[in-house]
Design a protein around this ligand. Structure first.
Ligand code: RTP
Ligand code: MG
Length: 154
């Protein structure tokens, strides 16, 4: 993995399973040309959810957020690419889907602030990727591979 090729943490949320949007959401990142290096289907424990969203523990919406994210399956994933964290945040759109631009994942598939179909690590929080990836994956669950012989495909 070259220095510029970041790994970023992304997670399909339970509402996407309810609405049959799991493949659609994963496909957005694949279509963009990012490289999938880790993924699983799982359901978060209360503790995992509280750790994952620990930065929000004092917010009034924390209990609802934990209840929602533990309400069904999720797909934690790791995507790799140049400037991947910032690119992915742009692709998912604003936190409130009502504010998210059409063309973004939330802007195209969601309307409710509490059910915004996908999570991504915050590109303004430097430790976010490392912390979130470690919460969901062991090192040997992330796969290193090349796309063909190309210098521009990851
Ligand atoms: P996420 O962490 O899930 O990717 O979302 P985000 O970075 O865009 O937004 P963040 O500020 O981290 O908030 C986490 C999730 O909490 C819910 N939320 N509710 N009621 C409210 O004011 C409120 N604010 C945030 C959202 O579902 C958001 O995705
Ligand atoms: Mg966040």
């Amino acid at each position: 993995m070259s220095e510029q090729r970041e790994r970023t943490f992304v997670m399909v949320k339970p509402d996407a399973f309810q609405r049959g949007l799991v493949g659609e959401i994963i496909g957005r990142f694949e279509d963009r040309g990012l490289k999938l290096v880790g993924a699983k289907v799982t359901r978060l424990s209360q503790k995992q959810a509280e750790d994952h969203y620990g930065e929000h523990e004092d917010k009034p919406f924390f209990d609802d957020l934990v209840e929602f994210i533990t309400s069904g399956p999720v797909v934690p994933m790791v995507w790799e690419g140049e400037d991947a964290t910032r690119q992915v945040r742009q692709m998912i759109g604003a936190t409130d889907p009502a504010e998210a631009a059409p063309g973004t994942i939330r802007g195209d598939y969601a309307v409710d602030l509490g059910r915004n179909v996908v999570h991504a690590a915050d590109h303004e929080d430097e430790g976010a990727n490392e912390r979130e990836i470690a919460l969901f994956f062991d090192d040997d669950e992330l796969v290193e591979y090349d796309f063909h012989e190309s210098t521009w495909l990851y």
